[in-house]
Design a protein around this ligand. Sequence first.
Ligand SMILES: [Zn+2]
Ligand SMILES: [Zn+2]
Length: 348
Amino acid sequence: MPDQPIIQPTQFDPEDEYRPEPEPEPLPPSWMDGSLRIGIHTSIAGSYLNALESARKLGCNALQIFSASPRMWQGGSARIPEVDAQAFRTRRDELRLGPLVIHANYLINLASEQRMLQTRSIQAFHDEIVRARALGADFLVVHPGARGEATAGQAISTIVESVKQASKRAPMGGLRILIENTAGMGSAVGARLEEVGEILAGLRNLPVEACLDTAHLFAAGYDIKSEAGLASTIGQIESSIGLENVPVFHVNDSKIPLGARVDRHEHIGKGKIGAAAFARILRHPRFGSAGPEGLAGRAFIALTAALKKKISAQRSQRDTEKKKTRKKKSAAGKNNTRKSKARKKKRG
Ligand SMILES: [Zn+2]
Ligand SMILES: [Zn+2]
């Protein structure tokens, strides 16, 4: 073979000179300050502002709400008066609460084969998007729906079509739709992580990601109770959805044993998943809210305040352990000390 010249002649492309400035990256929201985000589901009874105050009183820095009654079809206008929306956005900003997660109405069935119900669901979900945008929400969580007599494949196409329809003429801004995994009760779609992954794949052109509920995972047969089961579940999440596409976890224990496919929540540590398993889940670096293994801004949403305390305790214990191992490592050599300092700085 002839000798290759060591230095390749520079290829000059005149286009290089006149390339337009790249669009600036949008700034992350102010609440995304690298801290762990823990929220609870709070009530909007009386006023949207009440939900913010409840979250604040409970010491949460994130929250989930319904933007309307979750078990009724909306009568009349689905819009929130701009004065109310504005007051909510301002107060939320002051309290630096985030992310704001909105859980969609339970009656919505985006998988329905019945034309009437599908149309109604699309309309209701469109209204959910409009309200979520008005409130300045970060995420809108929705269940995939029930497939009835249809096959899972048919149902997934219907869901994809319904979400596309609902988001038509509804500018999304920074809002992301999260498809929630289910326990698989009745003909519920989304008990298998692959199904959630397929819905996401069908909606690739829209800002759609996933929300995983621990009780639903367990009831659907993912053994997050054992150490080995958790590791294999993480592997399955990675291959079907990707943990980088799971910005929100619903943290619930399950009244129902593994794989029994019924959706019954229990207080954390008091159900079939148990306290030891939650300690492992909440301390797992892949579920974390900081890089490189975690996801920046990831939130854990609980249903009760007691749960919030437990998550905080578990997580701070994890951080203490991390610091301990870091100290051990740094004692091992000067180079390591320098590295760990750099890491600390990065975390800020
Ligand atoms: Zn849900
Ligand atoms: Zn549930």
